[in-house]
Design a binder for this molecule. Structure first.
Ligand code: FEO
Ligand code: CA
Ligand code: CA
Length: 672
């Protein structure tokens, strides 16, 4: 693939990843909300940028003298706190190969891979003889969000909750891939394959325990559970029962089968697991009946995109047969992990969009605040504030907190002011004059409501993490190469933003429930040695330490920020995705260091720290993806001749999507 045809944030191949990532970023926001203030003229041609990046990756020693100088400085400082860094570890060298790498002094071991048994009676993984029944008792595919819910208050015994975002058929099923005209083609699906795909989606809840310093899966765990695209669920909150959600199978508009594309998520203060439904548009095919009322609504969400073939076998995914079904997806789903038989609830009060995650924090007055990203080019940052208050002594009383509250969308002013605009029916433009008859309409068409309020169009909002230690909030904006020069604004300061940036929010008076605050750019990502990129890492950041495409993130109990990336193309950046530690305080602010990197073809998800900070869980998604794109590791299928291609291949490498456990060899806290 030539450098001028390849986009940093898309992979132009027939693979599932690429289709969804492309869709994720396509941008379907047609509104002309004004862009604001402070035009920063970082203008570079796509071609020029790629040449610069390639030059750096091809010959590592050609990084600029400033970067080399700072590399030495930071390496010297990385084992001390001399530069004020909150992190103490010797960083990993950025690069690319077929396995993962963690900082010296740490162990990184696979805990769970796609297909691993989760129950005492689960069948062993047999890649050549898969079935939906087996998959429903095994760990699902493409782990993304990872959460930990302690049992008995322990940091060494709890429930691991993991989202399984989507499936990569070309990596999952033997014999379905062929090569034509230099491109890989995946054979059409039959129903058996579709059923396995549906069973590989969703989530896993599984008991884990640390025994003699090693984490183990407890297959006998009574709370172990798989959630899939066929698990019965309930709709709750203001949209439940609305006509626009009624279908032939569900004339009540309150019962849904399954959840789709669960990307990031969260664990609530009351110990439930929340799953964000992201790219739900990819699961629908067919045409709406002529003149159907949902046509404009679906267009704004990119429905149908027909990435998957499920609609050929199940009418509910075919718009011509079940036109309301897409309104039943794109929600935040809450799962009560204490009851493996409880129907998960789609909490409609939190709005309908391509939900990236749902991390939360308790505000001063006890209301609970959820930060929500809508991952598409030019879409928005949201937060939800519960109407009720969290009661730490009464779990049951908290269980329906997510059914009532206020959803806000963010407006980032050029002077650094942040305004949270309420999406409340009857207020401002959210009235019958604009086609909203109720709060349910506002929530079903959250994006259009936010358009009308004049929210700020962002560069693909991914994970958003409140930090209870320093009171700030961190917003990952992964990239947006479609932003034009005249669309640049203060909060999205780069045209053709190939590498993304991170914004830090400060809520007014330290109150996470506030409707006003301030914001600033923490850092602009990309290679700082290529001036045209306009990256803004601190000069203590080494050539290993910079990253692009921030996606998932975590804040550990010390309040330190960790950022996982999705989309580093080794050909262009000389590095795979990974987990970087990012200082946010003092003189070290905006210094970043590489802690862990994934195998070629993978993206980095998770990450999650146990409450004692002695374990980090990271999720390695679609390792080995990319087909023939990255010789010599390219592989059109998981099954094709691995031993020949990789003489040192070992089955314990995370070449299946896997959750990896990172611990310090001396048992201490991570990065400390
Ligand atoms: Fe599933 Fe926006 O990442
Ligand atoms: Ca993500
Ligand atoms: Ca991702």
């Amino acid at each position: 693939m030539t450098d001028d045809t390849r986009d940093h944030d898309t992979q132009e191949s027939p693979f599932r990843t690429s289709l969804l990532e492309e869709a994720e970023g396509e941008g379907s926001n047609p509104t002309v909300n004004p862009t604001m203030g402070e035009l920063i003229s970082i203008r570079f041609s796509r071609r020029g940028l790629l040449k610069g990046s390639l030059a750096v990756s091809a010959i590592a020693s050609t990084v600029g003298p400033l970067a080399l100088l700072s590399a030495e400085k930071a390496n010297a400082a990385s084992t001390t706190t001399g530069n004020g860094s909150a992190f103490i570890f010797v960083e990993v060298e950025a690069g690319v190969d077929q396995t993962h790498h963690v900082a010296e002094g740490y162990d990184a071991e696979v805990l769970l891979r796609w297909g691993d048994p989760l129950f005492a009676d689960s069948p062993a993984f047999d890649p050549k003889s898969q079935s939906a029944d087996a998959q429903r008792r095994q760990f699902g595919y493409n782990n993304d969000y990872v959460g930990f819910i302690p049992l008995d208050g322990s940091a060494e015994h709890g429930l691991l909750v993991v989202n399984h975002e989507y499936t990569n058929e070309h990596l999952m099923f033997p014999g379905i891939v062929s090569v034509a005209e230099g491109k890989l083609k995946v054979a059409p699906a039959d129903q058996k394959r579709v059923d396995i795909e549906m069973a590989a989606h969703g989530g896993t809840i599984v008991e884990i325990r640390k025994v003699d310093g090693k984490w183990q899966v407890v297959r006998e765990g009574k709370l172990n559970r798989r959630i899939t695209s066929t698990t019965p669920m309930q709709l709750s909150g203001p949209v439940a029962g609305h006509d626009r959600l009624k279908t032939k199978d569900d004339p009540t508009g309150t019962q849904v089968i399954g959840t789709l594309n669960n990307c990031a998520g969260g664990v609530t203060p009351w110990g439930t697991y929340v799953m964000a439904e992201e790219n739900f548009h990819g699961y629908f095919l067919g045409k709406l009946p002529e003149g159907h009322r949902e046509a404009a609504n679906y267009k704004r969400y990119g429905v149908p995109e027909a990435t998957y073939e499920w609609g050929n076998f199940y009418d509910r995914f075919d718009l011509s047969k079940e036109p309301n079904e897409p309104n039943r997806f794109g929600w935040i789903v809450e799962v009560d992990v204490n009851d493996p038989n409880a129907a998960p609830k789609k909490r409609t009060a939190l709005g309908r969009f391509k939900h990236e995650g749902a991390e939360s924090i308790v505000a001063k007055d006890g209301r609970v605040v959820f930060y929500l990203g809508d991952d598409e080019r030019f879409d928005y940052v949201y937060k939800f504030v519960t109407a009720g208050r969290f009661d730490p002594n009464n779990r049951t009383a908290n269980l329906d907190l997510l059914d009532s509250g206020t959803l806000y969308v963010a407006k980032f002013d050029a002077d650094g002011a942040l305004n949270w605009l309420p999406l409340t029916f009857g207020e401002g433009p959210l009235t019958a004059a604009n086609g909203f008859a109720s709060q349910a309409d506002v929530l079903i068409e959250t994006r259009r409501a936010a358009d009308l309020l004049g929210a700020t169009k962002m560069d693909r909002p991914e994970d958003i993490q409140p930090n209870g230690v320093n009171g700030k909030v961190y917003v990952m904006l992964t990239n947006n190469t479609r932003r034009k020069d005249d669309q640049v604004d203060a909060a999205n300061p780069r045209a053709k933003n190939a590498f993304g940036h991170i914004i830090e929010l400060t809520e007014a008076e330290g109150d996470f429930a506030a409707t006003k605050g301030t914001w600033e750019v923490l850092l602009k990502c990309g290679d700082p040695s290529v001036a045209a990129v306009g990256a803004s890492f601190s000069t203590d950041t080494t050539r290993n330490g910079w990253f692009g495409m921030p996606d998932n993130c975590a804040v550990d109990s010390a309040g330190r920020l960790w950022v996982a990336t999705d989309g580093n193309n080794p050909k262009e950046t000389g590095r795979t995705d990974g987990l970087w530690a990012v200082d946010v305080e003092g003189g070290a602010r905006a210094t970043s260091k590489l802690f862990f990197r994934v195998p070629v073809g993978a993206e980095m998800c998770g990450p999650l720290f146990t409450p004692d900070d002695r374990t980090a869980f990271v999720a390695v998604q679609h390792p080995g993806d990319g087909g023939t794109d990255w010789a010599p590791f390219g592989r059109p299928s998981y099954y094709e001749d691995l031993s020949t291609r990789w003489p040192d291949f070992k089955d314990d490498m995370p070449v299946r999507p896997a959750v990896v456990v990172i611990t310090k060899k001396d048992g201490g806290k991570i990065g400390a």
